[in-house]
Design a binder for this molecule. Structure first.
Ligand SMILES: [Zn+2]
Length: 162
């Protein structure tokens, strides 16, 4: 578990948690407004229209941990921006823009076991090579900011027991 720094684990967890968020809350939650990582702590903020129920948060956590235990490959592609947009569409982007002068993108793709895309995002940060080394995630209390229609989902990465 000390192969990767905590921040690399927590950052990679953002991608896994985001996939779970979209599965549980639907396409309305597909746009990331901001991300934050410090040590083992992370926070994913998505555009959304309500505060999720506690059961939904538990389901997001369960699904994310399932994908971590499945040790899915974290693939990084380096592509001309036009090509990346043609191949994958706007889904690679977040609400915070990548400057127009950036012509090549690192595209991080986590594929589910059936080959479908669990999460895809243009991201130039460092990631674990598979999801297993993240260990696990524990979600904290969500915060919904109604005036901004933003849902903040804090989490911590934890060591897998055993
Ligand atoms: Zn990333």
């Amino acid at each position: 578990m000390d192969r990767y720094p905590d921040e690399v684990r927590a950052h990679t967890a953002l991608h896994v948690v985001k996939g779970a968020v979209v599965r549980v809350l639907g396409e309305d939650a597909m746009w990331t407004a901001s991300t934050y990582v410090s040590g083992r702590h992370g926070r994913l903020t998505v555009k959304f229209n309500r505060k999720p129920a506690p059961e939904e948060i538990r389901e997001i956590e369960r699904l994310a941990n399932q994908k971590i235990s499945e040790d899915l490959k974290v693939e990084v592609l380096y592509l001309p921006r036009d090509e990346a947009e043609q191949r994958f569409g706007n889904v690679i982007y977040d609400l915070f823009p990548i400057p127009a002068e950036v012509r090549n993108l690192y595209i991080v793709v986590i594929r589910d076991k059936d080959g479908s895309i669990w999460n895809i995002n243009a991201c130039n940060k460092r990631h674990t090579e598979t999801t297993g080394p993240i260990g696990g995630v524990r979600l904290g209390k969500p915060r919904f900011r109604a005036s901004k229609q933003l849902l903040e989902l804090p989490f911590d990465v934890v060591d897998r027991p055993g």
